[in-house]
Design a protein around this ligand. Sequence first.
Ligand code: ADP
Ligand code: GLC
Length: 469
Amino acid sequence: MNILMVASEATPFSKTGGLADVMGGLPAALAARGEHVAVVTPAYRQNEDPDPPREAYRNLWIPLGPGYSVDIWELTERNVAFYFVHCPPLYDRDGIYGSGGWDFPDNHIRYGVLSMAALGVARHLFPANIIHAHDWQTGLLPVYLREHFSADPTFAGVKLLFTIHNLGYQGIFPPEAISQIGLDPRLLNPEQLEFFGKLCLLKGGIAWSDAISTVSKGYAREIQTPEYGFGLDGFLRKHGPIEGIVNGVDYQEWNPENDPHLARKYSVNDLSGKRACKRDLLEEYRLPADLDRPLIGIVSRFASQKGFDLVADAASALLDEEVSMVVLGSGDSEYEAMFRYLAHARPDQVGLRIGYDNPLAHRIEAGADIFLMPSRYEPCGLNQIYSLKYGTVPVVRATGGLDDTIDEDTGFKFREYTGSALLQAVRSAVTAYRDRDGWVSMMRRGMQRDFSWSAAAGEYASLYRRLTG
Ligand code: ADP
Ligand code: GLC
């Protein structure tokens, strides 16, 4: 089967969050099962290409906005063909989705072009049986395919799977924008692309695909309720069922036994290196080298999704516990300010790095004792699963993928969205930490859990087969 994936970011080339990790791991795992897999993604200025890509197609004409002539570049990584859409006016910019805290106003065109170019790749370079599109950035692809090319023999029998990685990001644009993306304004109605008077690209993916999935079973249930549905729960129920397939982990990248970002490696059988990683991490953050004090790690986008208002609520009681905290993240200024305040008020306890730093993210996974993810909602979440592998015990809010991947054998959960519930869960973890043998057993149970991509790839493969009959 030929599976063409389309997404706005993919490791090791570009990344802002977990979607990129999925686009790095899932295609490779499908290829390892013998499927033919390709990924279409933009050639951003920020791309880090392990090898120079080669030109695979020149001057593909995309009739959107003013019209764009794009080139397609290609390179193969772990038996997956990556096709990069090269269009400098759209992707050679100083940010992936925006810059200086603002989204680029022409993102509907940038990602409309990505979607159209992916159909060009399917026509000229990679004849697909399945097109698997991800998140709002590819929401127009199913619309173009079904509205523009329904009678085109190139696409006869092609099935479309649309995966929602985060319902909180919907690709909302002013209604006039529809005239710039090559679609009939009549599609701007509540049953199709309109959402409260605006253009909503995510609705395209939901309404025009053959199947819809999301990245955990828990989140698949949650998004069909008003509490987590962002106003689209009814629309989702109508276009369901919504499949839930929990993400895997790329253990080639996230494994303390061979992680190049760690000075000392360690494994479930020999944990001594983890203590050395903790010492290094405390030093890196210029915190006192108190190795017996539990160290809490946070690595995250700072967005309201991630629940840091609970950290703000609970901060002073939390830091009255004998704990230290290392934080890495960037995003909304209110959370940056909150963590800056904590680092300033408690310099012996809280270390902060604002920014994006992948090697440091690995060192936090390794050096921390506890990993905190108090998310308001979490479609899957990857850091808590990385934490398990690194023997770093997760404390998570029981929602979506966090609830599905962590249990009482491997971590601590709280359900109620309050600072005091978070505090109680952290206190339970700190108490458990004092019982060294019990704690090490918990670490080991987490390290032995297997979240490799092969299981999820098997589930996707069955879903593709069900779709193609
Ligand atoms: P989301 O996709 O919602 O941000 P996930 O938990 O699925 O959440 O994935 C986040 C990914 O991005 C992880 O690989 C995490 O390590 C990485 N990440 C997030 N923030 C940073 C940061 N500031 N520096 C480095 N890596 C980060
Ligand atoms: C989204 C979600 C996150 C998920 C990731 C990959 O960014 O917020 O929970 O793990 O996508 O599916």
